[in-house]
Design a binder for this molecule. Sequence first.
Ligand SMILES: [Zn+2]
Length: 272
Amino acid sequence: SLIQQGLISNSPSIPTYAFSIPTLETFRRLRLRAPRLSVQAFLKAVCDTQNNIYHAELATPFAETLDVYLALLRLVDQQVAKTLKRDSPHWRIKNACPPCTYKLVDEPPLRHDILLAIDGGNSLKRFSNAGTASNNLTFNSDYFVSREEVDKFARKEKEAGSSKGKKGKGKGKAKKAKEPEGADDDGHLLSSCTERWKANADDALKKTFSCFEEAGVFVCLCRHGHVLAIADMVSSGELAKYPLAVLDKVNQALGPGKKLIAYDIGCTFKKT
Ligand SMILES: [Zn+2]
């Protein structure tokens, strides 16, 4: 078969095109480092090295074959994880960073078990007309928080309302939002910061251009920079549901414990 020759085709029944695995792997690696690299540019370079003329109709079969190759890689990864018993939904968060999450026997307790940082970034935008995947496809990931899971928190957030100033602990777990020094004693400092910061605006005001399907991502990192959980920000600004959903996933995995969480709008988030 083709795969025994180191080739993958875009069609299982009538293969017209086949690409070698090293070519596909080279493109995959290149795109991890340079996400803007297009299939067309890559194929042109490959054709140049082989003294061939690039034909535009090569691009679609290559993109399809790349999908097949990535699916194969995911299947292999899943099987390896299963064999190593690393396929539980929380394995990745629990083991992403050994210095943060690996506990020694009789380790003296720390003031905080783990230091986390959360924030949303708006660089990873995607236009809504940039193509969509079929609704039947689900991408399983052990650190991406799905849109459905995020939306569960949207309702809770509405119930809490824009009750600014009302102190209600939405998720009564051992969480601590970082505050500016002295803010507790000096309410003035806290309120002026709260009003000025853009990310701190009322959720209703956090709108983005409607042309974007994805407005960015919301991540939770440990202090060594390992991503513990990530959520897409879908057609919206940095709403409270994203930190709630991301922290809920981390809390589910790591269990209760003293977590020190740094967040640039921690003062308002504490109230949510
Ligand atoms: Zn860490």
